[in-house]
Design a protein around this ligand. Structure first.
Ligand SMILES: Nc1ncnc2c1ncn2[C@@H]1O[C@H](COP(=O)(O)OP(=O)(O)O)[C@@H](O)[C@H]1O
Ligand SMILES: [Mg+2]
Length: 270
């Protein structure tokens, strides 16, 4: 032990603070293709963590494994110190982790508000038709959900569209609605799959502001995104995936100049 090191307060053990989300040794093959091949990731509580990598690197598959939309061939996922890799997506949502999809999954023929209300109920594991049939009797609970939904719509700038068909929203507005839907279960951690893809620049800025505001209120994010400006301005830590494996992780500035990362992106159009 050198004196210069012993002068420092402490060489902390690597994980004195348990990460909010931790996954290790995840594998998923589609036929002969190893989409995720032994990947790991950690998301610290209160962070905005990025996940990047060339097209086909396995980012969306990794999201699907983390949220158990696809069952991993092997590997473990822990949320708040609890194993979640055997839980159904709605059970995981109830424990505080929700995700959005690369292609926003909004129900075009329902209103924006109905989309929000359904999200709360679906993610709580209830069935669409059950909720619909009981709709009248639920009464008060429904009104509370509506208030919550309207508050969130206000925050994402869609309150004025609440009664419109979700199908009439622009691509960017759909992304905002999907983020709003995710928020309906009051999660701790939100996984966003390409929140800026196909969104016009003005709206991208709005989405970033929203993510930051929610983060200041205590929400943790894991974000897959191709738009490097978004990743670099939002994230405190970035994980890089290539060919289903971890390539690097660290602060955004270091990742941006990492030779291995730059090489992995060479020849990519994204
Ligand atoms: N359901 C699936 N069936 C077969 N192959 C898939 C499936 N999902 C993804 N893949 C393949 O797995 C690899 C990783 O895909 P994906 O996770 O979508 O990458 P990324 O999100 O990083 O672009 C790609 O080669 C893709 O074609
Ligand atoms: Mg993807």
């Amino acid at each position: 032990m050198t004196s210069s090191l012993s002068d420092r307060p402490a060489l902390e053990p690597p994980s004195i603070e348990q990460p909010l989300l931790q996954a290790s040794n995840l594998h998923k093959s589609f036929g002969g293709l190893k989409a995720v091949n032994g990947a790991q990731i950690e998301v610290r509580s209160g962070s905005i963590t990025g996940l990047i990598g060339p097209n086909g690197a396995g980012k969306t598959t990794l999201f699907n494994l983390l949220s158990n939309f696809i069952r991993p061939d092997s590997g473990e996922v822990w949320l708040d110190g609890e194993p979640i890799h055997r839980l159904a997506p709605h059970q995981i949502a109830r424990k505080g982790m929700v995700r959005t999809f690369q292609v926003a999954r909004v129900l075009s023929r329902l209103s924006v508000l109905e989309n929000m209300l359904l999200a709360g109920q679906e993610q709580a594991g209830e069935r669409f038709w059950q909720v619909w049939l009981q709709g009248k009797r639920i009464g008060r609970q429904q009104r509370e959900l509506e208030l919550q939904a309207m508050e969130i719509l206000e925050a994402v700038g869609l309150a004025h569209m609440a009664r419109e068909y979700a199908g009439s929203l622009s691509g960017g507005q759909r992304k905002l609605l999907e983020m709003g839907r995710a928020l309906m279960v009051r999660p701790k951690l939100v996984l966003l799959d390409e929140p800026a893809a196909g969104v016009n620049p003005a709206l991208i800025e709005k989405i970033c502001d929203r993510i930051q505001a929610w983060n200041r209120e205590g929400l943790t994010f894991l974000i897959v995104e191709h738009n490097m400006d978004v990743i670099m301005s939002l994230c405190d830590r970035v994980w890089v995936l290539a060919e289903g494996q971890n390539l690097a992780d660290g602060p955004p500035a270091a990742i941006q100049t990492d030779r291995r990362v730059l090489e992995a992106y060479l020849g990519q159009t994204a």
